[in-house]
Write a protein that binds this ligand. Sequence first.
Ligand code: 6GU
Length: 247
Amino acid sequence: MRIDVISIFPEYFAPLDVSLIGKARERGILDVHLHQLRDWAHDVHRTVDDTPYGGGPGMVMKPGPWGEAIDDVLAADPRSRPRIIVPTPSGVPFTQRLAMEYAAEPWLLFTPARYEGIDSRVMAEYGSRLRVDEVSIGDYVLAGGEAAVLVMVEAVGRLLPGVLGNARSAVDDSFAPGAMENLLEGPVYTKPPEWRGREIPEVLLSGHHGRIARWRRDEALRRTAKNRPELLAELDPESMDKHDRLL
Ligand code: 6GU
């Protein structure tokens, strides 16, 4: 997969050199291209923002530099087209479902903004030619879209074939489609069997796979009811087990 990011802070993406995503890049699974938006601003101050039409606080990112930058990135591979992802707190929620959709794309282009966002004509212009998604990572406001891009690249990158050491680890994720869809993962334990007087749940030592699966599902239901009660309402009745109790 190819990923392009256009930003006034390309240094912000240094973490993409590290860990899971860094390894995926070394192994050629991910091809990341970072671009400095100001390279497409042509005045001496390399200006990328201006005051908002209609008044109001803050600044808006000018369409000119974004248009030229995106055109040049699109020209890098005229035989293909990226899905464009515009991070904004006003966007649709970024979910595991969307991460899986993005993981199936050959090319993603992220356009994180600072200030009050990008002149809306940019999204209208490219939205008429390619898929443009305005996406939010949660109900809070960041100073810019860069941190949101790091979040999305990590969520997408770990789904690419060959990135996770153990392909099953993505299968059992909270929010992954399947029997446990919309249930949070329950608690996990490792050695030693006793730590500071605390023992691990006995069932995990039983070797009884049926009882362990039942226990894990009960814990997932309990944790979901406690931390995310609204998710229980969305549980697919088809995915419910006859032994499920919603306590
Ligand atoms: Cl994608 N950008 C900004 N600036 N704030 C956010 C966000 C994105 N998602 C949640 N808050």
